[in-house]
Design a protein around this ligand. Sequence first.
Ligand code: PMP
Length: 397
Amino acid sequence: ACKDLLNRSRREKSTAESPCNGSAARPGPPAIVEGIEGCIGNTPLFRIKSLSDETGCEILAKAEFLNGAGQSSKDRVALSMIEMAEEQGILTPHSGDTIYEGTSGSTGISLATLARAKGYLAHICMPSDQAIEKSNLLLKLGAIVDRVPPAPIVEKDNFVNRARALAQAQTASSSADPTQSVVGSNDRTKSGRGFFADQFENEANWRAHYLGTGPEVYAQCDGQLDAFVAGAGTGGTIAGVARFLKPLLPKLTVVLADPQGSGLYNRVRYGVMFDLREREGTRRRRQIDTIVEGIGINRVTANFEAGKELVDDAVRVTDAQALAMARWLVEKDGIFIGSSSAVNCFAAVKIAMKLGPGHRIVTVLSDSGSRHLSRFWAKAGDVGGAVDTRLEDVLKV
Ligand code: PMP
C-alpha cells in the first residue's frame, strides 16, 4: 500500500510539473486576458521536425495562425492600426465610425473582427481573385465587402485606391452634414467618419512586429538565431522583425521569401525593381501572376522601405514549389498552412542548405490552409495515404 501511495504521489507530481500534461503539449496555461484582443500575440514557436531533421538545421516556425481574433499574423497589425487611430482621435468606439481597408483578405478579417469587438463598422475592398472563403468569412462578420476586379495600384479601381476613396468620401459627407448617413451595401447605416487603415503605408504595421513578433522570437530563441525568413505583402513583418533583431544580432541573415512574379526579389538581389509585368509592346502594368495570396508586390511600400536596408538575401519560390512544400508539411508533420507560409518554408529550407547544418532559422506561418481551400489547396490536391516523398523531390520541382 505504501508503494502504491508513493507511486501515486510521484505520478501526480510529474503531471503537475510536466510541460506535457495530459492532452495539452503546450507548456503552462496562459493567464486570463481581457477580450478577444487579449488573444493576440505571444504565439508559439515550434520546431518543424521533418525539415529540421532533413537539413541538419533547426527550422523554427512562428505559429501566427494561432492569433486569436482573425487567426493570422494580421491580428497584430489590425490592433496596432486601430489603437493608433484611437490615440490620435481619428476613431472613436461606438460612434458609427467605419474602418476601410484594401486587403488580400487577412488584414480585412482581423480588422472586421476587431471592429465588432470595439464597436466600429468595417468596409473591406479585396481583389476578386482571392480565395472566396475569405470574403465569405468577412460577410459572416458583418463587414461590407467589395470584391473588385484585380487591377494594378496605378489604376483608380485598384482595391487599395477604392478603399481610400470610399473612406475619404464618408469623412467628407459626415463632416459636411453630421446628420447625413451613408447606407452601406448591406443596408447598415454609416453615420460616423471613415478611417482608411492603409496597411501598406501605415507605420503602425511594422511597429506591431517591432514591438511584438520580433521581441517574442528573440525571447523564445534565447537570443540564438542565425536567419529570419519571411515574405512581404506590405513588408510590415520583415521590416518590423528585422529592425528589432538586427541591432541585437548583427550577424543575423534576414531573408525575403518572394513568390514568382514579385519584383521585390530583384530589389533585394540587384537593387533594382524590375517590373516583371511589363511585356513586349505593352506598358500596361499587370497584377502579379501567382496563386500565392498575401505576399509578393511590385512596389516599395512605406512598410518595406522601413526595413529594406536590413534584408540581406532573397529566395524566389514558384507556385509549384510552394504547392509541393505545402503537401510535404501535411504529409510529414501534420502542418496545414496557407500559401504564403509554404513559400516561407521553402525559402527556409533553401537558406538552411546555403548556411549548412547546425544553424537556427526562424520563419513565419502566417495563416492556416483552411483559408485557402478553394484556390491554393484546390491546386495542391489531397495528400495521399501511403506517402514517401523525399525532400530532394520537393526541392527539384
Ligand atoms: N501571409 C499572408 C496570408 C498575408 O495576408 C500577409 C499580408 N498581406 C503576409 C503573409 C505578409 O505579411 P506583411 O504584410 O507583413 O508583409
